[in-house]
Write a new protein. Structure first.
Length: 507
């Protein structure tokens, strides 16, 4: 283990890796601060740019972006009252209220400090939990991996609101996309329609770029070009957090960090949900819970520590089982596969130095994020005033370059644009494109392990019943898939029922 740590440390201390983490944090700060962009779209855009570099350089840049973008959404939420990312929605409640009270510097200082603490707590959870979980997962075979893949897709699909079963339809569409190309067992082409561009399947990088980045750019073009200025200009150094205020918020910060770390280990929860849940749990245990939502420093600390602790924690299921814990982790999974790295229990025996590199890169990202948040926060606040059209054009340009760069094929650019239009239409219908992305990333794992399981079994699907772990995981997946059906059988409100009964009596 120590040999792996020293090898990972040596890898992380390379100049190009340190520069990559620095650049990733800087890009993440810009993406998180810009309204409408988030860690997922930023990571999807950066993946093609890292293709030409080594695995450690690519991971350093992507992890830096993921960490910083999750925090930077709070800058927008605090300064103008608009969440920079979905993970900063609860931050608006107390962060912007503090700004309206003339405490913008104090709010920004609390945000960066508690975000770093939450990030480090999540990284500690990642370090201590992944090894025992990976050791347990070494006993898994094809049936268990098939069950885990199905569970990951099912959980994400069940969380889609607005349209009942809409998430499952999108997930099924994503799984169908993965069947295009050469059959991995027989070597015969499937659903290629004679087009050689489909022989390698639908590349997931253009799909990721289209569904997240291009669709977001289209949304920004259609949005109103309203600009809201911060209430006051800030210098590059505006840190203001006395020791007394720091000690006061430490209790709720630790509560938020622990809650976020626990939620981050669960697939599909993500920073957006943890932001609210951590905030509510801290309010429950706070001695000043009644002041939450009215400019409470403790409320701001709880919200920011909870969402940032999920960043590292969401990599626990990714590294241990190969199942991403969030949408951004799904993009990271695609990036790792692009560089020939397969997350899962085998990575701990075959590439232990890379695992420690991830741990160290996350710690470095949080420390660099602290420097960016303390010294240059005034610069990031000014990014809030950028026109949406300028942001959209920049994203589209980067999307075209990124989609083309992987295979130097114009066809991939067309794919990215088509996925972008589809993702935009899905968003307009209130549906998230995340189930499609996760299905595309996990589709090969699900299909190959299903077919291997059936080849192993002499009794067909009985192998999934005879394997206890697979049976339990598939049972959880089935129960999860039944959750959206509750909306179909939800009883009418009492008032509406009474009115219906009254109409029946009148007749």
């Amino acid at each position: 283990m120590w040999e792996g740590f020293l090898a990972g440390l040596q890898m992380a201390m390379q100049a190009q890796v340190l520069i990559a983490v620095f650049i990733g944090v800087a890009i993440g700060m810009a993406f998180g601060t810009t309204p409408g962009l988030d860690a997922t779209s930023g990571t999807a855009l950066l993946v093609p740019a890292t293709y030409a570099y080594s695995t450690e350089v690519a991971l350093g840049a992507l992890l830096g972006l993921y960490t910083a973008a999750t925090y930077a959404g709070s800058i927008t939420a605090i300064s103008i009252g608009v969440p920079g990312t979905p993970a900063s929605a609860a931050t608006v409640l107390d962060g912007f209220a503090l700004t309206q009270k003339g405490k913008l510097r104090r709010a920004l200082s609390i945000s960066i400090v508690t975000s770093v603490i939450g990030g480090l707590v999540g990284t500690a959870a990642l370090m201590f939990l992944t090894f025992p979980l990976a050791a347990f997962a070494l006993n898994f075979g094809p049936p268990e991996y098939f069950a885990l893949g199905v569970l990951g897709v099912t959980i994400i699909a069940s969380l889609v609101d607005r349209i009942v079963l809409g998430g499952f339809v999108l997930a099924l569409f994503g799984l169908l996309i993965t069947t295009v190309g050469i059959d991995p067992f027989t070597g015969s082409p499937r659903f290629t329609f004679g087009n050689v561009n489909f022989f390698e399947g639908i590349p997931y990088i253009p799909a990721l770029v289209g569904l997240f980045a291009v669709s977001e750019a289209i949304s920004l073009i259609g949005a109103r070009s309203e600009t809201r200025s911060p209430p006051s200009r800030l210098s590059l150094w505006c840190f203001n957090l006395p020791k007394a205020a720091f000690y006061k918020i430490m209790r709720v910060t630790m509560i938020g960090s622990i809650v976020g770390s626990v939620l981050g280990t669960l697939p599909a929860i993500g920073a957006a949900a943890a932001n609210w849940i951590g905030y509510n749990e801290a309010r429950r245990f706070s001695r000043d819970g009644d002041n939450f939502g009215k400019g409470s420093e403790e409320g701001l600390a709880a919200a920011e520590s909870s969402n940032n602790s999920t960043v590292s924690a969401s990599l626990i299921p990714l590294l241990a089982f190969g199942i991403p814990g969030s949408a951004t982790a799904a993009v990271l999974l695609g990036a790792m596969m692009l560089h020939g790295v397969t997350p899962g229990p085998t990575i701990f025996s075959e590439q232990l130095d890379l695992v420690y590199l991830i741990f160290i890169a996350l710690g470095l990202s949080n420390l660099l994020m602290l420097a960016f948040g303390v010294v240059g926060v005034g610069l990031w606040v000014r990014l809030v005033q950028m026109p949406p059209v300028f942001i959209a054009v920049t994203i589209l340009t980067l999307s075209v370059i990124g989609s083309y760069s992987i295979r130097s094929n114009v066809f991939d650019v067309y794919l990215a644009m088509c996925f972008g239009v589809f993702g935009y239409l899905a968003r307009r219908c209130g549906l998230s494109p995340v189930p499609i992305v996760l299905a595309i990333v996990l589709g090969a794992l699900i299909e190959e392990n299903l077919r291997r399981s059936l080849i192993m079994s002499s009794n067909g699907i009985a192998i999934f019943i005879n394997r206890p772990v697979a049976l339990v995981v598939l049972s959880v997946a089935v129960l999860t898939s039944l959750v959206p059906l509750k909306r179909l059988v939800r009883p009418l409100p009492r008032k509406q029922t009474d009115q219906s009964a009254a109409k029946g009596d009148e007749r």
